[in-house]
Design a protein around this ligand. Structure first.
Ligand code: NAP
Length: 298
């Protein structure tokens, strides 16, 4: 899935760091010499790489990576640029929903001049699901803009004075939210999370920003929630399925704006630097950056 351009950037940075790199499986001569594998999805016959130590996902998530052989660690790409780009997209989307922009864009396409009432920021109760590397800066940023913000995470660990609900308190969290942001990793626990029952726990007229992973949302449940007025409007960067087929109902629904999973893209240099940091940490016995807990799946 990579490109020649990315390969050239990586080759240069690896040469500067005096590290060897083989680009593409076809170029591998000695499978035993490969210790670190950077990829979106590892090859099915990964067992051929008998001295493999770490697989590095070139994206921020690892849900596309199947279980790895015993003893092989998994790292996800950490990059300040990814965090910043997601934060920008999510804050933009939250502001667009807060200021009725989905409705105004629809009205503009039909030449309709019709103002709508607006809430003050303090009256919009934003709930951020996933208070990790990307969720926490989003929550901080929106709180600084005057929104009422609460968080939701597996542990419910308190964060910077932002009330954070644990997984067991999801119902209370949802009842207290009228603009929901999903920034959760896709795991066995979060797959299909946004279902009919889930949406029914939100107050009527809620708004949704989804930038986690497509498989977390049941699109039919979203449609019912929109039809019932439970969800008023939504901004989706990830969809189910993905890519969303051309004839899917959601494209034409005026209550939804969809972007094609572009909240962030991994910069070539950042990706290569992350892999070099993983190799260095692994070689020197330090904790690998972006190390995934295989029992939790993120
Ligand atoms: P992270 O640092 O690992 O944070 C994950 C957060 O989710 C943590 O707060 C964690 O809780 C919480 N969590 C995990 N499982 C949960 C569960 N079952 N119930 C409640 N909370 C749960 O990950 P991140 O870097 O912030 O990224 C999160 C996700 O954002 C990625 O996995 C990816 O799906 C998505 N993402 C999307 C884009 C895009 O372009 N659209 C770009 C980057 C990332 P604890 O704090 O208790 O561990």
């Amino acid at each position: 899935m990579s490109t020649q351009e990315r390969a050239e950037v990586w080759q240069k940075l690896f040469a500067d760091a005096d590290e060897e790199i083989v680009i593409g499986e076809a170029a591998v001569v000695d499978h035993d010499a490969i210790t670190h594998l950077a990829c979106w999805k590892p090859p099915a016959d990964i067992g051929r790489y008998r001295n493999l130590r770490v697989v590095i996902s070139v994206g921020a998530g690892v849900d596309q990576v199947p279980p790895l052989p015993e003893g092989v660690n998994l790292s996800r790409t950490l990059s300040p640029r990814i965090d910043q780009m997601v934060c920008e997209w999510v804050v933009m989307s939250a502001l667009m929903l807060h200021r009725n922009m989905v409705t105004y864009i629809d009205q503009a396409s039909r030449g309709i001049w019709k103002p709508h009432a607006n809430l003050m920021t303090r009256e919009t109760r934003i709930g951020v699901m996933g208070m990790g590397r990307v969720g926490l800066p989003v929550a901080r940023c929106l709180k600084n803009m005057g929104f009422h913000v609460s968080g939701f995470s597996r542990s419910g660990r308190p964060n910077d004075g932002i009330t954070t609900y644990g997984a067991r308190d999801m119902d209370v969290f949802l009842a207290d939210t009228n603009l929901l942001i999903c920034l959760l990793p896709l795991t066995d626990d979060t797959r299909g999370l946004m279902s009919d029952a889930f949406f029914n726990k939100l107050p009527m007229g809620s708004r949704l920003v989804h930038a986690g992973r497509g498989a977390q949302i049941d699109m039919t449940a979203l449609r019912s929630a929109l039809d019932q007025g439970r969800i008023e409007s939504a901004m989706l960067d990830v969809t189910n399925p993905e890519p969303l087929p051309e004839n899917h109902w959601a494209w034409a629904d005026p209550r939804i704006i969809i972007t094609p999973h572009i909240a962030s893209v991994t910069d070539y240099e950042d990706g290569a630097r992350h892999v070099l940091e993983v190799i260095d940490a692994d070689r020197n016995g330090r904790i690998i950056p972006g190390l995934v807990d295989s029992t939790l799946g993120y």
